[in-house]
Design a protein around this ligand. Sequence first.
Ligand SMILES: [Zn+2]
Length: 366
Amino acid sequence: MVIQQILDFLEGMAPLSYQESYDNAGLITGSPDWECKGVIISLDATEAVIREAIQRNCNLVIAHHPIIFSGIKKFNGKNYVEQAVITAIKNDIAIYAIHTNLDNVVQGVNGKIAERLGLINCSVLQSRPGTLKKLYTFVPLAQAEVVRNAIFQAGGGAIGNYSECSFNVEGEGSFKADIGTNPFVGKTGERHLEKEVKMEVIFPAWLEGNILKAMKEAHPYEEVAYDVVPLSNIFPAVGAGIIGDLTEPVDESTFLSLLKDRFRVPVVKHTAFTGKPVKRVACCGGAGSVLITTALAKAADVFVSSDIKYHEFFDANGRLLIADIGHYESEQFTIDLLFELLQGKFSSFALLKTEVNTNPVKYFVD
Ligand SMILES: [Zn+2]
């Protein structure tokens, strides 16, 4: 098993193109061609985690947060980032970060938070634009089924819980094969009319390369005519945060107690109670203050997140209960999520969760 195979699986679920512009998700150290001896999963690839990987005989650290965000110009170990990276490189440890791309898929970081809270009717809180495209192509009648199948198998044609969706209309195409061609039908130098199917298929934009490759391989024409069009349609499975319902409404103090319990936090920072029962819950693991407005617009009763600043708490304005449970605490079950996903897929290498608590924030509870 080489590392690339593990990355292909993870990126099939959380494509790198879904990461935010400021992010640095992906393989940070090491080579995708290395044989994987073992995987250790953590939120942060700190030096302590790299040393744990060495000690437990793993050569791939899968971390939620990229240890390197911006460029590094010197490697002399003067800060914790350089120390971790130097230790990784010296010991042939690959570091892979699956960060905002995992935040931006409904079954990712926030799906796990929703699961911990027992939410139902979940959907993405703020959908991500530009994630869907449409392919149109023109295929001779007899080959239409083969081309359609190839596009479906490459990931085209899924809408919600429906797959193999396409629209097909028969018509007539024309072309003239010029000098140097080898046309599938018709004669060189003469205009040819061919009965064709025009098919249209929606697809996730990140699969464009695969889908075009599959279509061209299955298509009989030497020069395939096709159009790819970006769509403004919403892809409900892709975007930031999550919103869902509790099975039964509870009062606000009961909800905060539930949060403390499910996320094992000694204290929850929150805004004044609104006096309304809590039923609709918006969540965003990590720093989620940019989603407060969306939580309000979607009539959430509570917004669970972290790293909320003083002035941002004012945005609740009596209409929303904001609950800040801490950055690490909000994302801690991402380790379990990655473990469960990888465990369900691979069995040929050791798969471990870190035993290092990398949370730099402590609470003094007297
Ligand atoms: Zn985070």
